[in-house]
Design a protein around this ligand. Sequence first.
Ligand code: PLP
Length: 350
Amino acid sequence: MKLEQLIRKNIADLKPYSSARDEFSGEAMVFLDANENPYNAPYNRYPDPLQKELKQGISQIKGVKPDSIFLGNGSDEPIDLLIRVFCEPGIHNIVMMTPTYGMYEVAAGINNVEIIKVPLSDDYQLSAERMLSAVNNNSRLMFLCSPNNPTGNLLDRSELLVLLNRFEGVVVIDEAYIDFAPGSSLLPLLQTYPNMVILQTFSKAWGMAGLRLGMAFGSPRLIAVLNKIKYPYNLNMLTQEVALSRLQQIEEVENWVELLIKERHRLASALSEIAGVDTVFPSDANFLLVKIMNARQVYMELLQKGIVVRDRSTVVLCGDSLRITVGTPAENNLLLEALYDMKNKFAIQN
Ligand SMILES: *Cc1c(COP(=O)(O)O)cnc(C)c1O
């Protein structure tokens, strides 16, 4: 199906809000157009609604033209907007895998859009055939998370390509963790698949979760629709400024990523030596899914020692599993020591 036919009619027909700064873009000396306060510079001015400078910087790093980039208040924003663009509430549905990131289901629920969940295989892999057989005439979107949260693994590229070739809706690939799996992004295929949207974020490898900055990459037409329905000033001035200066220090980000991958390997092998640990699942992200005896109890005991991990033991296919983010070497050592202590205690009790 063509993109134009997938866009909800009310969205296609919508005339967007036109802000003062949309209508005038140039260099002026006196701004009396937006009812701003002339004092308290620079925060008195509204931020750039289309974040041109920041997009220019991202464009250079990602090798994607600015008109194929949407920036949002975290990835949460494009997730919600994509649902609103393509899914008629109470009619259309979204096909997604399970287990995966929880926000897709929440955003669908808020929009009264049905979701169809297709379980991953026992080794957390995607089956394109199973996804496709769950599709019906009202399926408009797929959310595919690679590397997947909470399982940590990249999805098979060949399966993703099957879905991109055969699903007649929009395929959203959430690459929040892709910086920890160098060379695996589908971004170079953006122009090959006009029905693909790729989500990335500044919250993980870039170390800026507190600033709320997410990216969506897609065809210029699709990106224009997202821009049309977003809040006019969705990214504040500070976020734009800090992100722009961070782009100029990309080496530091690369160093963090290298260190975190090294720590991931060290943590994985140390964890797998601990009594009670059943499986440390292979990870392409900055966290490890660990299957451990009495996961809930271990989680509670860690909490008492001031160490917070994520209990995923009630998630489909993740029984007795904890999701552990890779921290600094010192933080990882504290976690390991806490687990060693605990297992000594369990061993005595048993
Ligand atoms: C952390 C995460 C994000 C990032 O969300 P932001 O809103 O950009 O902070 C997106 N997708 C997945 C799967 C994540 O785990």
